[in-house]
Design a binder for this molecule. Sequence first.
Ligand SMILES: Nc1ncnc2c1ncn2[C@@H]1O[C@H](COP(=O)(O)OP(=O)(O)OP(=O)(O)O)[C@@H](O)[C@H]1O
Length: 361
Amino acid sequence: MSEIIINNARKEYNGLAVIPDLSVSIPEGTLFTLLGPSGCGKTTLLRMIAGFNTIEGGDFYFNEDRINDKDPSKRNIGMVFQNYAIFPHLTVRENVEFGLKQRKLSKDEIKKNTDKYLNLMQIAEYQDRKPDQLSGGQQQRVALARALAINPDVLLMDEPLSNLDAKLRVDMRQAIREIQREVGITTVYVTHDQEEAMAISDKIAVMQAGIIQQVGKPKELYHRPSNEFVATFIGRTNIMDGNLIKVDGIAYLEFKDGFKLAFPLLNKEEEQPVRISIRPEEFIRVEEKGDFEAIIKDSIYLGLNTEYFLELNYGENVQMSEESTFYENLNSGDKVNLKVNTKKINVFTSDGGRNLLGVSE
Ligand SMILES: Nc1ncnc2c1ncn2[C@@H]1O[C@H](COP(=O)(O)OP(=O)(O)OP(=O)(O)O)[C@@H](O)[C@H]1O
């Protein structure tokens, strides 16, 4: 098992830097996810760790071992891809045995390890089938068993669930999580699906244009995103233009119409224009006068939750999410009073680049 340390990694394609200068350390035994929109460089970084890409700069370590000049086959890595990449002409058992035979282990060891991972991945009953007689989810279990059977130091997974249907994706991510915990292997997991990343990861690195925007536990990223990009990429949020102003030394958030909300958390900051982020579930409906008045414009019923589209009293449109109740219905045109838990608000610089509240790490 290894800690992975990457210092100042740089990757160019045709003279253009896809990853300009990236440093990150991935603690031993964690499931660490690279999350970001298509084209942000997740796969490129994963391939750099595997040694499949030439690199223009940087140092890569597994523990104290600098692996830059190590051949990919010598890095002791297990890999699982989107398109399974298991051998169609081999049975399930032969697929799982494959890497072990290459390593010239004894027959007993090969059998022991193969049985272990066939059982762990719950595919022992299909061991004599060929891959084309398996479902997508079962094939992905074979790929994972094959990757783990060689006892790799590091497991790399590139969008392993994106070929599966929605329900199977949820089942499989649970299976991957359980197996990863049980084996305790340092795992780098690539996805562009923020919900999947939240569900599966110990830690997430949010990437944009080859740059890591923030590294943190799922809760930390959701609660205190380091900038506006992270706030909008992880979950949903309402972003509003406003000002941070001071009255008698106390900070207030001033919204578009001059409406002010006391915000003592930022008493130490200078007055400045800001971007205010309030998640839909942080608008709480109250009977008495709240922080805002609003009119319901539209709603979507989603079972557990109902999403409301609201117009605040000063004309700004926002979304509110609340748990659905069977009896109560809000209709378009209804007036509501809303409160906001100020601890859950995030405030960014006017360019969205920095959270004035800092981040949890
Ligand atoms: N072999 C290549 N030659 C030139 N450009 C490349 C090559 N491979 C990737 N790129 C470019 O590098 C950037 C990062 O690609 P990468 O595949 O790492 O992104 P990604 O975040 O994994 O995206 P996706 O989620 O779509 O797989 C993209 O702009 C891509 O077009």
